[in-house]
Design a protein around this ligand. Structure first.
Ligand code: XMP
Length: 333
């Protein structure tokens, strides 16, 4: 629309003026903020932007491919895809404490990103190393880091919008979304040509499936969880509520599957199974500080559980989490 068009033009001009002919590096997480920042900066300076996409192996099904397809394929942006799954899982082996897991994932993320940034900063052509570090910081992040922080807010911020990183890397900071609220960031993303599906996705934590696999994170658990979660999300998107005309993905604020590393007995055909359990979690909230569990239609729950148990060999039981926040949190870890 008109106003958004004007806004983009202004923002693009400002970025061009700031950056000049220098190179920019941006850490792409697959989340909304870094994606919109990347699309905007790419619009402004094209190939002067290099995105570094650190895939920690704890993303949802096909997410890595989707990010690459969107940025490298459709937008023709320069993207370095760092496949660091083995490294992350290696460091997580044997670790069961949730905060410890968060710390390790956050720390490794910074390490991997720093190594890639250092390579880009050195540059092929010594005159053209990167000078700028771009981040998808939005207005609420700015406010949050000035005010009181909860333990989790610090973790969140120390994960993707890393304090001190520009100094460590000797880079200048570029934050083109600093004045925008979340809904403005989303509208901007759509105006820049990002798919609405992607821009209006539920929030996904930085540590990803790392905090949705209870206790020790293992490759096998992550693979099972990815497939179960993809079924849940697909069915939520496909199940329409007659009264509102919206689907249940739109009617919930956050919905996901949690992997429980315990086995329960089941039957299949003539045989007994002894397999893993997952929990479905779906909440409605306006601020994520408090949340109600969503009253999903029984028919939807039935379809999801039937599909998961039939299609994902290794899971034989599906439960639904009926805990509100507080006292439960939205995530299980
Ligand atoms: P809780 O579980 O505390 O979650 O009720 C509130 C919101 O925060 C998200 N969350 C995180 N996001 N890194 C993130 O980037 C984290 O470590 C983290 N922990 C929780 C959660 O998904 C929910 O939207």
């Amino acid at each position: 629309d008109w106003i958004m068009g004007d806004y983009i033009e202004e923002a693009v001009a400002k970025i061009r003026e700031q950056v000049g002919d220098e190179e920019v590096i941006l850490g792409l997480s697959g989340g909304v903020d870094s994606s919109v920042a990347a699309a905007l900066i790419h619009r402004a300076v094209g190939d002067q932007l290099t995105c570094v996409f650190v895939d920690h192996g704890l993303l949802r099904l096909n997410e890595g491919a989707m990010v690459m397809e969107m940025f490298a394929g459709k937008l023709h942006a320069k993207v370095v895809h760092v496949q660091a799954e083995a490294q992350f899982l290696g460091h997580l082996a044997g670790v069961t404490d949730p905060e410890q897991k968060r710390k390790i994932i956050g720390r490794e993320f910074v390490e991997v990103f720093k190594a890639e940034a250092a390579k880009l900063k050195a540059g092929n052509d010594k005159l053209q190393g990167a000078k700028w570090l771009a981040q998808g910081t939005i207005y609420p992040d700015v406010v949050e880091s000035g005010g009181t922080k909860t333990k989790k807010a610090i973790t969140i911020k120390s994960h993707h919008n890393v304090g001190g990183l520009p100094e460590q890397l000797g880079l200048k900071l570029l934050e083109p979304l600093r004045e925008l609220f979340k809904d403005e960031v989303r509208a901007l993303g759509v105006a820049l040509g990002l798919p609405a599906d992607m821009v209006y996705r539920h929030p996904f934590p930085g540590p990803g499936l790392g905090v949705r696999i209870l206790g020790e994170v293992k490759q096998q658990y992550a693979d099972l969880l990815r497939r179960a979660d993809a079924i849940f999300i697909e069915e939520l998107r496909g199940w329409k509520d007659e009264a509102t005309g919206k689907n249940w993905y739109e009617l919930t604020s956050q919905a996901f599957t949690v992997f429980l590393p315990v086995k329960s007995v089941g039957v299949m055909g003539d045989g007994r199974t002894y397999d893993y359990v997952v929990a479905l979690r779906a909440v409605q909230t306006s601020d994520f500080m408090t949340a109600d569990w969503a009253e999903l239609p029984y028919g939807l729950l039935k379809k999801v559980s039937g599909r998961i148990i039939n299609e994902v060999r290794g899971i034989n039981r599906v439960t639904y989490d009926v805990s509100s926040k507080p006292p439960a949190t939205i995530e299980w870890e």
